[in-house]
Design a binder for this molecule. Sequence first.
Ligand code: GDP
Ligand code: MN
Length: 304
Amino acid sequence: VAPPPVIHYNLNNVTISANPVQNKENVLILTPMARFYQGYWDNLLQLTYPHELITLGFILPKNKEGNAATTELQKQIAKTQKSGPEKDRFKSIIILRQDFDPPLPSQDEGERHKMQNQRGRRAAMAKARNSLLFTTLGPSTSWVLWLDADIVETPRTLIQDLARHDKPLTAPNCFQRYYNTDSKKMDERPYDFNNWQDSPTAQEIASKMGPDDILLEGYAELATYRALMAYMYKEGEDIHQEVPLDGVGGTALLVKADVHRDGAMFPAFSFYHLIETEGFAKMAKRLGWQATGLPNYKVYHYNE
Ligand code: GDP
Ligand code: MN
């Protein structure tokens, strides 16, 4: 039997450009998924980036909820990849089940966001993201789009719109629709507070922390006075306005694959007193890659 052929990839031939469609650049969409939302899948299907250039990667926890989500996800995948229209079909799809224990207990939005629950959650999420990234990033991947499983609404041109900025890390602004009981109308509010610009106060707090302590954003108990992109949205202004960011969230984030190939990942430990996606932005920066935010470019998180 002949030995398998050696496959050569010249990374210099893989472009990562502002015109990814023209250059036929491969995009890896990575989603950690605790619950399956039909809105996420429907939104994914309507993305106009050529699906034959998109690989999907999922990681789901090994618990009851994760099992249910996996079943639902596989059902939708079968529909799209086998019986659905050809143009909807993705290049390939990879599903991982989390292999570390214990899985996070399932928590509702309020419980998840309690400060004392955050450290463990964020560390587990970091490991899940790293497992997903390191098992799926390929030699021909140009872009990685991190997209949480509860992002249910984005512009159809999301990938092209973010890539057009040609930045190492590009974060849109994540909002949430809700029913406003005062105005008795549907309304929207900022959701992802992990996209921020650093402040002297946060630096000061961090300088007095122990080596393993982490700074969290969005908690009144720990006022950091960082400038949050969530509050920089201005109605009617240019959706392509850019701001520099020091911390990023993972709800939706486009990353040049070279940033990850250089070694930037999601620390599950205190890295400059930052963890997970915020630690990732810091690590990217230490490697020479600056994060950019688009305060007026909105995507929407599911409302539980
Ligand atoms: P939040 O919106 O910041 O409160 O965070 P989420 O709980 O929505 O988690 C972020 C993303 O990770 C979502 O896509 C979740 O479905 C997913 N997720 C949450 N917990 C786990 C977990 O234990 N394992 C995996 N693999 N994914 C998870
Ligand atoms: Mn979420």
